[in-house]
Design a protein around this ligand. Structure first.
Ligand code: BTX
Length: 320
């Protein structure tokens, strides 16, 4: 059956073939078609999927390579070293190992696929081969470890600005680490740190961005989206990565020289959590109330129903 799907795609080279047409021709369900497409991608076939258009077998335009990423990075950028893998368990683990071995700030680890992508608190990050940007940035900032969460907010600003400039899609930031389009999750950020009692040794920032997905597994389809689904066209992932790294570089340098106060208004301009009734869940417990904003440290200020203001450093939030 997989071979028949491939044959149909080949017969329709350079045009889109709808999932419905394939399922009718081959007398199988559209879910079955999607599974075969995924299997073909795993074998290295470059198939793009666009909502309302269908599938197309393409040449290498949307393949990712270290060289392509590197060639797009601007001179004097922070990131001079790109480490690329076809498949890894998690780019976070690879980046942490490199940082431990003494690799300095400004290295980025990118993978075409993660077989054990990590979310926060032991959750799983779905990282389909060939579809997204799965990357980890190695940083060694000379800052107090309590300030590391500010880097999550800075990253959210960098990715938001980059995606808006590449695609025109309007993104909103849900504190602290979700980037949403039309209320669905486009990108997640995972900040992991190694620190001495007072100083940060390394910060690894993981960025998981859904780019060319045409659909998601059942458990994610209600909550996740991709640039392709929202914009109705695929994107060159190397271009997206370079745009993110370029935005990140100047924001990070601004942050190191002038602190969080210049980043804060950029973050606030895209924040959807502020001014809303929310529930914040963390290992310390659940707090319900009104999100007043973030303070100069990037900490969420939540006023509970008794009028008391809580400082929330880390939590999952839900809108009421
Ligand atoms: P999080 O814990 O905030 O979100 C994880 C939750 O998001 C999952 O439980 C699931 O509900 C949902 N989810 C899983 N995969 C996806 C997806 N592809 N799109 C949308 N929603 C999804 C967010 O954690 C931080 C994710 C960072 C991922 C990057 S990828 C590069 C780096 N390497 C690595 O292993 N992790 C980071």
């Amino acid at each position: 059956m997989k071979g028949k799907v491939l044959k149909l795609l080949r017969q329709n080279d350079n045009t889109f073939l709808s999932g419905e047409k394939i399922s009718n021709e081959l007398n199988c369900s559209r879910t079955a078609v999607w599974k075969h497409i995924k299997a073909l991608r795993n074998e290295g076939y470059d198939i793009i999927a666009v909502q309302n258009k269908g599938y197309q077998l393409t040449k290498s335009a949307y393949l990712l390579s270290e060289h392509d990423i590197y060639s797009r990075i601007k001179k004097n950028d922070l990131f001079e070293n790109v480490v690329y893998h076809n498949s890894v368990t998690s780019t976070q683990t690879v980046a942490q190992q490199l940082a431990n071995e003494g690799v300095g700030e400004g290295t980025v680890v990118v993978a075409d696929e993660q077989t054990g992508g990590k979310g926060r608190l032991g959750r799983v990050w779905d990282s389909e081969k060939g579809a997204g940007v799965w990357m980890s940035l190695i940083l060694k900032p000379q800052i107090d470890f309590r300030k590391a969460p500010q880097l999550t907010l800075l990253t959210a600003v960098a990715v938001t600005r980059a995606i808006e400039s590449v695609s025109g899609l309007p993104l909103s930031i849900k504190w602290p680490n979700d980037l949403l389009v039309n209320g669905k999750k486009l990108c997640g950020i995972l900040t992991e740190m190694q620190a001495d009692p007072d100083r940060v040794q390394s910060v690894i920032i993981g960025i998981g961005l859904n780019v060319n997905h045409g659909g998601f597994p059942d458990d994610l389809s209600e909550i996740a989206t991709s640039m392709n689904i929202e914009a109705g066209k695929p994107f060159n992932r190397a271009e997206v990565i370079a745009a993110i790294l370029n935005e990140f570089s100047w924001l990070y340098r601004t942050y190191l020289s002038q602190g969080f106060s210049l980043i804060k208004p950029l973050w606030e301009a895209h924040a959807v959590s502020i001014g809303k009734k929310i529930v914040a869940r963390s290992t310390a417990g659940t707090t319900e109330g009104y999100a007043l904003g973030i303070d100069d440290e990037g900490v969420l200020l939540l006023q509970d129903n008794q009028g008391e203001t809580h400082r929330i450093y880390s939590a999952d939030i839900e809108f009421k």
